[in-house]
Design a protein around this ligand. Structure first.
Ligand code: DGL
Length: 265
């Protein structure tokens, strides 16, 4: 691997930034290209065929343009569908993001786990298979949220998002009697990369405390396993932010922390 690998991180919007920031912490000297397919956002509202037809050729164009050493699909709605298509079409190594059902079920003491994702992610056969294989005796509640990704996107763009709107998306995750801690949901899988953008508010608005499972650190570890740790100065490696709509990002102050302090071009 080159001493300064190029890592391309892809999502439908800004959610993949929650994955990017963990990878940047692990590999601060890499060159990053973050691509938000905002022209097609939200993926959760598109059919499976439409997502495959959109993402597979688009990733091919991005590989041709940026020659990444590794591509991270930082989107559950896409990863639960396109990984095998991408791996058979392109030789670049890929890392996907899929619902962290196995660690969540291993972690739950009450054996009640909820998976909060887009409507697309929760109905995927891929997600059903993860439950069949890894529920480990847990009762798994799938919650397909219609709007939480868009609310997270708005909040990061500085638009006011009400507590009531977030609470409505969150409520179905909390199963069981709130006053009986031994028989209620104790673990919620964040199966959409947008949701950790709202982490503080999710914690505050939850009817009772739960463990929130965000797979981003595990994804970063997987990237390090594949690329290896290399040394270098973070300051020398640039970072780019691309919106498929072509809009200028104009969000630098908000984006900089996700890029480890760098201002993306
Ligand atoms: N960030 C995406 C995910 O992880 C989805 C948001 C969307 O485009 O619906 O599923």
């Amino acid at each position: 691997m080159p001493t300064r690998p190029t890592i391309l991180v892809f999502d439908s919007g800004l959610g993949g930034l929650t994955v990017l920031r963990e990878i940047v912490k692990a590999l601060p000297h890499a060159h990053y290209v973050y691509v938000a397919d905002d022209a097609f956002f939200p993926y959760g509202h598109h059919s499976e065929d439409a997502i495959i037809a959109r993402v597979v050729p688009l990733i091919g164009e991005l590989i041709a343009a940026h020659a990444p050493d590794l591509v991270v699909i930082a989107c559950n709605t896409a990863s639960t569908l396109v990984m095998s298509h991408l791996r058979s079409a392109y030789t670049a190594p890929f890392v996907g993001t899929v619902p962290a059902i196995k660690p969540a079920c291993a972690n739950s003491r009450t054996k009640r786990v909820s998976v909060l994702g887009t409507k697309g992610t929760v109905k995927r056969e891929y997600t059903q298979a993860l439950i069949r294989d890894f529920a480990q005796g847990c009762e798994v509640t799938l919650v397909g949220s219609p709007d939480l990704a868009s609310l997270a996107e708005s909040a990061l763009n500085g638009v006011e998002v009400s507590d009531t709107a977030i609470e409505a998306e969150l409520a179905p995750c909390f199963v069981g009697a709130g006053d009986d801690a031994s028989a209620r949901t104790d673990t919620v899988v964040l199966a959409c990369t947008h949701y950790p953008l709202l982490m503080d508010r999710l914690v505050r608005l939850a009817p009772w405390p739960v463990d929130w499972i965000d797979p981003a650190p595990a994804i970063a570890r997987r990237v390090v396993d594949l690329l290896g740790r290399t040394e270098g100065e973070a300051g020398d490696a640039g970072a780019e932010m691309i919106f498929t709509s072509g809009r200028p990002h104009g969000l630098s102050a908000t984006l900089t922390p996700f890029f480890g302090g760098r201002v993306p071009k």
